[in-house]
Design a protein around this ligand. Structure first.
Ligand SMILES: Nc1nc2c(c(=O)[nH]1)N[C@H]1C(S)=C(S)[C@@H](COP(=O)(O)OP(=O)(O)OC[C@H]3O[C@@H](n4cnc5c(N)ncnc54)[C@H](O)[C@@H]3O)O[C@H]1N2
Ligand code: MOO
Length: 406
């Protein structure tokens, strides 16, 4: 009877990092194509944003000292010397008790000290207003470079470009960004019972869940997943498909068949390749123990557990951190919450637990979602997950825990 010689999660990750030096190429892409991609070098702004002093409001650019004492019962008359046109240089210079009309976003005169909103003025004649409010220096003016400074590093290498970053880059006149190329990941589902998307359920067969969860998890981190048609528990067929995927992809994932069952062929299939090495057979994590880390023709081949929850957590625990290290990304979003119940776990395996977050009395509480590893719905509905150390026996009610967010 084969028993797993398991390694810790952190060792599994180290083994992957040490053995696989995936040479990720870089490419220049347009802003929209850059969304959710990882920058391959620091991105600097070549200009100040805004590059001219502009008004935040529709109003009159004035000198502060002229209207310092103005209020509704003591309005100050000011002479309008002209208008600033949107999108055009405003070359006017203010003299004492003079104003220039400036629309929101328009350039203010070089020596303007503040802009008074129209609402706080009254038009006395074509060229005179009464200002009814005193202003502070720079009130309603956006300074040159106040948003983004010339030469400022906008993003460090390894930053994932999010939807808000697109606005920053567009505003700074950056038309293309240098990003890491997407990693091509082959996804192979194995099992006599696994049906592909077009086949209808019959007998005790099931639809392929893992390929789709994997597709989603990996697409989110700048990978290009390729779903191969599910393959039966037939050694020759599995070998043939691994060979094809190994040639076409940077990394190959095989779900199912990684355990000890009669038909669990993943290890045998990997070992049939001349240029192959099984580095890990079993990780001390729950769920996800029957995980295989192997090398075929110098490329990473990962044998993932068939149970959908286990498969998904192995990706969270080791594959995502490995891929993100290739993209040189370090951050992981998390929240610190208070655990809502006493939770017992067996020692010996690092446990991955899906949780819900709720707010009660101003506190963030997290509740474990208990689901068998063959289930997927709860994982999809949860807010995040926690890791419980291998040597801990559980978590006490009221303890602070770090919830990794999806
Ligand atoms: N005697 C033992 N049995 C099992 C052990 C063990 O240590 N001793 N480990 C259990 C654990 S833990 C897991 S996890 C699973 C892993 O099994 P395999 O990786 O060998 O996967 P299969 O046996 O092929 O399938 C397990 C389960 O998952 C379903 N499955 C497989 N692929 C998919 C897919 N693409 N989409 C949806 N569901 C899938 C499959 O139908 C099985 O129900 O082994 C335990 N058994
Ligand atoms: O360890 Mo298995 O991966 O619990 O279901």
């Amino acid at each position: 009877m084969k028993l797993f010689d398991v390694v810790e999660v952190s060792s599994a990750l180290d083994i992957m990092k040490k053995n696989f030096r995936v040479d990720i190429k870089v490419e220049s892409v347009s802003l929209v194509e850059g969304l959710n991609r990882y920058t391959s070098k620091d991105i600097k702004s070549k200009l100040n944003v805004p590059h001219f002093r502009k008004s935040l409001v529709d109003g009159y650019a004035v000198l502060v000292r002229d209207v310092f004492l103005a209020n509704e019962s003591n309005p100050v008359p000011i002479t309008i010397i002209g208008e600033s046109d949107m999108g055009r240089i405003c070359a006017k210079i203010l003299d004492t008790e003079e104003a220039v009309y400036v629309p929101t976003g328009g350039m203010v005169p070089e020596n303007a000290e503040a802009v008074v909103m129209i609402e706080y003025t009254e038009k006395l004649s074509e060229d005179t207003i009464l200002v009814q409010k005193g202003l502070a220096h720079n009130e309603n003016i956006v300074e040159v470079g106040e948003d983004i400074k010339e030469d400022e590093i906008l993003y460090k290498k390894g930053h994932r470009i999010n939807e808000r970053d697109l606005g920053v880059l567009a505003g700074a006149n950056i038309k293309e960004v240098e990003v890491h190329k997407k990693l091509v990941i082959g996804i192979i589902s194995t099992g006599d019972e696994i049906l592909n998307q077009n086949e209808d359920i019959s007998e005790a067969k099931i639809k392929d869940i893992n390929a789709y969860v994997l597709y989603g998890q990996l697409s989110n981190i700048s990978c290009k997943p390729i779903i191969y048609p599910p393959v039966k528990d037939n050694l020759e067929e599995i070998i043939e498909l691994i060979d094809r995927a190994n040639k076409e992809c940077d990394i190959v994932l095989i779900s199912g068949g990684s355990s000890v069952g009669k038909k669990d062929e993943t290890v045998r299939a990997i070992q049939s390749f001349k240029n192959s090495k099984v580095l890990v057979e079993g990780i001390a994590m729950k769920p996800g123990k029957p995980t295989i880390i192997a090398e075929v023709n110098k490329k990473l081949v990962l044998g993932l557990p068939g149970h959908p929850l286990s498969c998904a957590f192995v990706v969270e625990a080791i594959l995502k951190p490995f891929i993100l290290s290739l993209f040189e990304e370090k951050s992981q979003r998390y929240l610190v919450c208070e655990f809502k119940y006493n939770y017992h776990k067996a020692k010996g395996r690092e446990e991955y637990l899906a949780v819900d977050i709720s707010e009660e009395g101003g506190k963030l509480l997290c509740t474990p979602i208990l689901a068998k590893s063959s289930m997927i719905k709860h994982f999809a509905n949860c807010d995040g997950y926690i890791r419980i150390d291998r040597d801990l026996e559980g978590i006490h009610k009221g303890e602070s825990v770090k919830v990794n967010l999806f």
